[in-house]
Design a binder for this molecule. Structure first.
Ligand SMILES: *Cc1c(COP(=O)(O)O)cnc(C)c1O
Length: 417
């Protein structure tokens, strides 16, 4: 018996798409995204004003961001184009949060124009924003816990991270913005990535609740929200256990009662800015085996490459592969599954046991819905794939066309040669 992962479509559905559009392409499962979004909302329904700001960088497609909006979520942005995407998806005002670093003036300016919440990454950004565009009415700061007392194995080494303010700086920062007329306050941290340990997020909430209490009392301000950041992991491997959102919510509720309510603090909105958790499991990269090569190892060459999905090449990340129509065949062959880049790390899988694959077989890479298409690049003249949305009614909508050579040349002017 081998562990497996399921697909929200069958071979017939994919063949339907292939008839009108060649591989490779990503396909996103709208129903999966919406069901998961509702589950998150339900899990935190106890929390006053709970709000997820979808991390746009995970899947910067306006059709996906619009689904997020329809589920009641906002957008977490970290660049000017991401702010514009959120705007185009109909997300407005304080439903947009700018969590950026090393931020140019133009970005702060656009965010302020949209009425977005500025989540500042450094104490010097107070003057930077104030002198360039003026401080807005609401400000949040990003906390970097650095060498936490007693250490915390799961949090890792925030001291090495470029983000956020130190604890001491936070006390100065809120004091300064209060003096300069800022009226409403938030606190943010984000120190994990693809974390599957549920207790980590409870720890994060506890750290922020305690800090909100200390800051409120010392400075004499009330906090409106805390933002637990993103970094919620998903089960890429068949044996991985998904995060238990209900458990996380329950434990955070306990901490909220103890550290916020019991201390008589004002109601605090709990925010998250998850990307991976919201769309990761609901995206699939569909690709065709175009070559079979047997040298020192056996290779399957597919028509997708790391331009479409960087994670395996970049981090050695695991993405499960299903060979369509061969789901029930024995996985008796050991393959490297490769893309076409002139980089030996352009491999979607190394030494992966799969059914015998023939040229023309359709391979589906799982869990490409976040940091998949989004990370792609054009190195080696490789063009990025199309994106499709598998809608709840079973129809399929093209939500991004594939790149063409003209796109690749778009920034060149050959006339000056
Ligand atoms: C990348 C990022 C996120 C989203 O991370 P996920 O791992 O996709 O949840 C959220 N907030 C900030 C500031 C980020 O940089």
């Amino acid at each position: 018996m081998h562990l497996t992962k399921t697909l929200p479509f069958d071979k017939k559905k994919i063949d339907e798409i292939i008839k009108i559009h060649p591989t490779p392409f990503h396909v996103y499962d709208e129903k999966g995204i919406r069901d998961n979004a509702k589950r998150l909302t339900e899990a935190f329904s106890w929390a006053p004003g709970f709000r997820e700001y979808f991390a746009v960088k995970a899947n910067p497609n306006p059709y996906i961001v619009k689904v997020m909006r329809e589920e009641g979520f906002g957008a977490d942005c970290s660049s000017l184009p991401e702010l514009m995407l959120a705007e185009k998806a109909g997300i407005k005002g304080e439903m947009i949060m700018l969590t950026s670093n090393d931020t140019p003036v133009s970005e702060f300016e656009y965010a302020k124009k949209l009425g977005a919440i500025l989540n500042l990454d450094d104490i010097t950004h107070i003057d930077f924003v104030d002198s360039n565009i003026g401080l807005p009415e609401v400000i949040s700061f990003r906390y970097n816990p650095g060498p936490l007392k007693g250490g915390n194995a799961i949090i890792g080494v925030p001291e090495e991270a470029k983000y956020g303010l130190t604890r001491d700086q936070l006390f100065d920062a809120y004091k300064i913005v209060k003096q300069r007329g800022v009226k409403r306050f938030g606190l943010h941290t984000m120190i994990a990535s693809n974390e599957l340990n549920a207790d980590y997020f409870v720890d994060t909430a506890e750290i922020l609740f305690d800090l909100v209490c200390d800051l409120s009392k010392t400075i004499g301000i009330d906090f409106e929200f805390v933002n637990l950041g993103g970094g919620f992991g998903i089960p890429y491997r068949p044996g991985d256990k998904p995060l238990d959102l209900e458990y996380i919510s329950d434990r955070i509720r306990g901490a909220y009662v103890e550290k916020i309510e019991a201390r008589g603090l004002k109601p605090l909105r709990i925010c998250m800015e998850s990307g991976r958790l919201m769309t990761g499991p609901y995206g699939f990269l569909v690709t065709t085996a175009i070559h079979k090569k047997e040298i020192y190892k056996d290779y399957i060459g597919v028509d997708a490459c790391m331009a479409d999905l960087m994670r395996p090449a970049l981090y050695g990340a695991y993405h499960h592969i299903t060979v369509l129509g061969k789901e029930n065949e024995n996985q008796i062959k050991r393959y490297d599954v490769t893309g076409s880049l002139c980089e030996n790390n352009d491999k979607f899988a190394i030494d992966r046991m799969l059914p015998v694959i023939e040229r023309g077989d359709i391979l589906v890479m799982h869990d490409t819905g976040a940091h998949g298409y989004a990370m792609g690049f054009n190195y080696n003249g490789k063009l990025r794939s199309a994106e499709f949305l598998l809608k709840e009614d079973g129809s399929v909508q093209k939500i991004r066309r594939a790149e063409t050579v003209d796109d690749y040349f778009a920034t060149l002017d050959f006339s000056g040669m």
